[in-house]
Design a protein around this ligand. Structure first.
Ligand code: SF4
Ligand code: SF4
Length: 348
C-alpha cells in the first residue's frame, strides 16, 4: 500500500489511547476507515500496528473510536441454560466437510472451508475474505479475497500470525459486492460494530464467520503473545453469524449465533457439503482447555489491572462475572495476585 507524504499535525487521540495501553488487536479497521491517513505495518514488537501519516477527519476519528476492539467490545450474554463461556447461540452442532478430500486436507474436518465454499457456490456472496498463510513468509499471514469456491483455502482458521484483514475495507466497499468475512473474533467484532452504524457496511458484509482464537504471536524471530490477547474477553467469535471451534478427531463445533448463521448451516447440510450431527456443549468445554481457563480467569485479571489504573478495554455483556463463578475462589485470587505481580514488574 502507498505511503503518503506526512501531513500530520493532529495525531489521532483514539490511536494514541490504544497504543499507550498496548491494546491494539491489529485488526486494521482504522486503516480501512481512513485509508489515506493510516497504514498497517509490522512494528518492532512484531505485531501489526497502525501508522498514521495524515490528519483524520472528525467523522473518521468517531468511527474508529466506535469500533476499535482495543477500546472495547459489546456482545449479547449467553442464553438461558447456556454455558457463559461461549456466549449466546441458537444451535450448537458437530460438523465436518462431506468431501473426504477436504476433510483430510483441512483442519478440524474442514467445516469452515466447506461453509465458505458453499456461500460462494450458492451465490449468497460474491467473495470470501479470509486470512491465509503467507507463501512469502513461513510463519506469516495475509488476507485473501476469494471469488470462486476453489479459491477458498482449506487452511482457513486460526493462524497465530499477525494479520489485519480489515485494512482494505474501503476497497471492498468501493466494489459494491457482497462478502462473507472470516476473521478472528476481534476482527469480527470490529466489523460488526461498524456495520451496526453504517448500512453500507452491513449490506457489503451480509455474513460474518469467526473461529475460536488463542491469540496472536509476533512475526518471526520474536516470542510472546500480543498484549491485547491477554485481556481478550471474546475468544469465540461472539458477534459472528457462525463461529467454529476444533473438536478434535476431524470434527468442528459450529455455533450458529444468528438466524443468518442457522440458515447457512441448514443450507450447507441440505446441499450435501456439510455433515452435521448433534453436539454436546460439555464436550466443547473439554475440547478448549486453554480458552476455558482464560475466560474464567479474565474477571480477576481485569480487576487487578483496574486497581492499578492500567488501561483495559470496556466490555459490555460478555458474561465475565458468570465465567469467573465457574472457578474456585482460590483460583480467582491467584489470577488476581498473579496479574498484580506481573503488571507491577512491567513499566506503566
Ligand atoms: S485494534 Fe484495530 S482499530 Fe484499533 S488501533 Fe488496532 S488496528 Fe486500529
Ligand atoms: S485472542 Fe484472538 S480474538 Fe482476542 S484479541 Fe487476540 S487475536 Fe483477537
Amino acid at each position: 500500500m502507498t505511503r503518503h507524504a506526512p501531513i500530520l499535525s493532529d495525531p489521532s487521540p483514539t490511536l494514541a489511547r490504544v497504543a499507550k495501553g498496548e491494546r491494539c488487536a491489529g485488526c486494521g479497521i482504522c486503516a480501512g476507515i481512513a485509508p489515506k491517513s493510516i497504514v498497517m505495518e509490522i512494528a518492532p514488537s512484531g505485531f501489526a500496528r497502525p501508522v498514521q501519516g495524515c490528519n483524520l477527519r472528525g467523522s473518521q476519528e468517531a468511527r474508529i473510536e466506535a469500533c476499535c476492539p482495543g477500546l472495547g467490545q459489546a456482545a449479547a450474554r449467553a442464553g438461558e441454560g447456556q454455558d457463559p463461556l461461549w456466549g449466546p447461540y441458537r444451535e450448537m452442532k458437530s460438523a465436518r466437510a462431506a468431501d473426504p478430500g477436504l476433510r483430510d486436507e483441512a483442519p478440524s474436518g474442514g467445516a469452515l472451508a466447506a461453509i465458505a465454499r458453499h456461500l460462494l457456490a450458492s451465490g449468497r456472496v460474491d467473495g470470501v475474505i479470509q486470512i491465509v498463510a503467507d507463501p512469502q513468509s513461513p510463519s506469516g499471514a495475509r488476507t485473501a479475497l476469494c471469488e470462486s469456491p476453489d479459491a477458498v483455502s482449506s487452511g482457513i482458521g486460526a493462524l497465530p500470525a499477525p494479520s489485519s484483514p480489515l485494512q482494505d475495507l474501503s476497497d471492498y466497499l468501493a466494489r459494491s459486492r457482497r462478502y462473507a468475512f472470516i476473521g478472528k473474533p476481534c476482527d469480527a467484532a470490529a466489523l460488526r460494530a461498524l456495520a451496526w452504524r453504517d448500512p453500507q457496511v452491513a449490506r457489503a458484509f451480509p455474513v460474518v464467520l469467526s473461529f475460536f482464537c488463542e491469540g496472536v504471536a509476533p512475526a518471526a524471530g520474536q516470542t510472546g503473545l500480543q498484549p491485547r490477547c491477554g485481556v481478550c474477553a471474546d475468544v469465540s467469535g461472539l458477534t459472528a453469524d457462525l463461529s467454529v471451534a476444533d473438536a478434535a478427531q476431524g470434527e468442528s463445533f459450529v455455533l450458529a449465533r444468528t438466524a443468518v448463521g442457522a440458515e447457512i448451516l441448514a443450507q450447507a447440510e441440505a446441499a450435501g457439503v456439510l455433515e452435521v450431527s448433534a453436539a454436546d456443549p460439555a464436550a466443547l468445554r473439554d475440547a478448549q482447555p486453554v480458552l476455558r481457563a482464560r475466560r474464567r480467569a479474565l474477571f480477576a485479571r481485569l480487576a487487578a489491572l483496574r486497581l492499578l489504573a492500567r488501561p483495559i478495554p470496556r466490555y459490555h455483556g460478555l458474561d465475565l462475572r458468570a465465567c469467573a463463578r465457574q472457578n474456585p475462589i482460590l483460583d480467582n485470587l491467584r489470577s488476581f495476585a498473579g496479574t498484580l505481580r506481573e503488571s507491577l514488574a512491567r513499566p506503566k
